[in-house]
Design a protein around this ligand. Sequence first.
Ligand SMILES: [Zn+2]
Length: 250
Amino acid sequence: MRKNQIENTTFAIEENQFALTIVRSHHRRRSISLAISPNSQLILRAPFKTNTKTIENMIKQHSNWILQKLSQLHLIEKTKQKYEVAYGDVFYYLGQPYQLKIIESAVTKPNCALSIDALTVTIKPSQKPNIRQQEILKILTKWCCNQAMEKTRERMLFWSNVLNVKFNKLSISRATKRWGSCSTINNIRINWRLIMAPPALLDYVVVHELCHVVHKNHSERFWGLVASVMPDYKDYRRTLKKPEWNSILY
Ligand SMILES: [Zn+2]
């Protein structure tokens, strides 16, 4: 896989300077996306050959949204409030950015729907912002867990065949720190947050836990087994330590 090109730069909106990370990727990306993480980091993703002019235009077009979002984050910082998921946030699904859309509807059942460039969350109308926020997070997390189960089950079957390893039971975990685990009786748990990551990372965690069926430790033989089917595993391990795709759901 060819590496992304990462450029750290700055840009100005109304005489304010902001730091910006531009990620140009070889990965079949066709559109430009802009994301602001809860720690006020701006990340712009673009196809590899995008020129600076196009990027400048993109930022100019979205300058109001950027300013609004940054001032909101600044306020959150000061008052120690929790980050709020809102319309226009970038949501990562299988490593690709989608725009998050939130719709309030009294007639449609609460749900999530993925389209080519957006994830639409439909919730019941609510007057209270905290209830609204809870509702969004609940529906979004539930949707992610279902997607994670479906996708992970498929990858577990694939990799257990490749490794010729049998596991007992698969479940989706809601842990905040661990990406996966394998119990003494070979029950495997995979973190639902991996559904937001590029598919190679979910594959890595699946392979890692399946290798624990054979070796219940992190010995050289364990890593040897991982490397035998996934020679690039060290890259994936590194990326998992600093995920940039789970910014809105911790
Ligand atoms: Zn392990």
